[in-house]
Design a protein around this ligand. Sequence first.
Ligand SMILES: Nc1ncnc2c1ncn2[C@@H]1O[C@H](COP(=O)(O)OP(=O)(O)OP(=O)(O)O)[C@@H](O)[C@H]1O
Length: 257
Amino acid sequence: MISVSGLTVTLGGRDVLRGVDLDVRRGGWLAVIGPNGAGKSTLLRALAGVLDGQGEILIDGTPAAGLSPRRRARLVAFAPQTPALPPDMTVYDYALLGRTPYIRYLGRESRADREVTAGVLDRLDLGGFAARRLGHLSGGERQRVVIARALVQQAPVLLLDEPTTALDLGHQQQVLELVDRLRLADRLTVLSSLHDLSLAGQYADTMTLIAGGAAVASGPPAAVLTEELIADHFGATVKVAAGPDGRPHVHLMRGDR
Ligand SMILES: Nc1ncnc2c1ncn2[C@@H]1O[C@H](COP(=O)(O)OP(=O)(O)OP(=O)(O)O)[C@@H](O)[C@H]1O
């Protein structure tokens, strides 16, 4: 569904991404992991079309470079890590912006657009917040609203940049389970960056480790979440053990005191 070859992105005169290749099948979930500054957000922003790069991005077999913004927005939804949110806009109006690619120029949203928007807000516990202004929300509420807008877009590819950083445990589970249910039901293709490596390994079926702008390891979670790779690229001492679900869980080890 998404195929990237030789993606290089230059920012401020520096190659922030260097020749990244990746493939995510329809209905797959790829977690992009890596240390701070590795290039994870840059990769997701290039896939979303927010940043230009060199190399090729194919979305459902079509070169992304040739897609109109409207067509691309019907194919790819992006929840950025720290978007600028208009403080006076209501939660409902912001989420409804996800329907823009389906609304005719100077047209109005349809009843179906309003129903999709209300349905997603309800599923993210935001129904009661619909009339609230974005400037009056907590960090976790804002993060869920940004994810809601991306889900309202109903695109077959969903890009999530650190979707759970501001969320409490219950809402982390709620958001990731909802994305996973949509992935299974509608064969959504999901690419997410996640700092919580255990969580990444629990939800993703493949992972790519980015370090210094290059993809240094890719494969199923057990092949990427190894003590050696984590020590080499994050400088962290960890133990990796199979969790109750059989997937690798990463435990930080304290140093000698
Ligand atoms: N507009 C820019 N101009 C110059 N350098 C940039 C620009 N945007 C990002 N960078 C640099 O590119 C590198 C990759 O940034 P990116 O945000 O993709 O990292 P990341 O892996 O998402 O990091 P984090 O885990 O901290 O969110 C960083 O060194 C960052 O400072």
